[in-house]
Design a protein around this ligand. Structure first.
Ligand code: ZN
Length: 99
């Protein structure tokens, strides 16, 4: 199985970010605290906690795009919900007429 063929869902909740850290091995190049290991992760909240999902490097771009689609769709949904709320408010508001 090759990882590159794994499909990425169209919408993904979360944010793609890069973690930089030391691995702890004294002989590793990261021990100088400068050339750290980088890991691309998906950060997301679940039940009030922030969680991370390690992403294979070759999937990072596609997952990032999916999180951007998710944010765009959520913004559109929010907009429609607000428009509906405004319409309902207008319908149910008591008529105010000048005397
Ligand atoms: Zn290391």
């Amino acid at each position: 199985m090759t990882r590159t063929t794994r499909p990425v869902p169209r919408l993904v909740r979360g944010s793609v970010l890069v973690h930089r850290r030391r691995c702890g091995r004294a002989t590793c190049h990261c021990a100088d605290g400068v050339s750290l290991h980088e890991a691309t992760v998906l950060s997301f909240s679940e039940a009030g906690r922030t969680r991370f999902l390690m992403l294979p490097e070759e999937m990072a771009g596609a997952v990032r795009a999916a999180t951007e689609r998710y944010r765009a769709e959520r913004a559109r949904l929010e907009e429609r919900g607000n428009a509906g709320l405004a319409d309902l408010t207008a319908v149910l508001a008591p008529a105010r007429r000048g005397s």
